[in-house]
Design a protein. Structure first.
Length: 115
């Protein structure tokens, strides 16, 4: 039949991308952001974003906001981690953050006392 586009078995034209679906009003993917330490989950949020690249950028922004909002707490000598997962739980991105005082900053070094 002239003018009819071939489609795959699932009814989606082979050249169609996720961006095409988003433009036609299909569901935008959910991305899960979880911030945790070795001992507990501190934050868990779900965000609708157009694609994985935007989720990666959003993860960077969120870590920056956490550092700003909790600047004093980051020095608790703990490892922090942000995991970004998709709807089925597949980990897409991980950001690690560790903060620790060196012995020189602890006040135990007689040559360099802390002020």
């Amino acid at each position: 039949m002239a003018g009819v586009k071939n489609t795959a078995a699932d009814g989606v034209p082979p050249e169609t991308t996720n961006d095409d679906f988003q433009l036609k009003g299909a569901t935008v993917p959910n991305y899960h952001f979880q911030v945790r330490t070795d001992t507990h989950v501190m934050l868990s949020e779900v965000v609708d974003l157009p694609n994985a690249e935007q989720a990666r950028i959003e993860a960077s922004r969120r870590v920056g906001a956490l550092l700003t909002e909790h600047a004093g707490k980051i020095w608790a000598d703990q490892h922090w981690q942000m995991d970004v997962t998709d709807n089925v739980g597949l980990i897409l991105f991980v950001l690690h953050l560790s903060a620790m005082r060196s012995p020189a900053a602890s006040g135990n070094n007689p040559k360099h006392p802390t002020r």
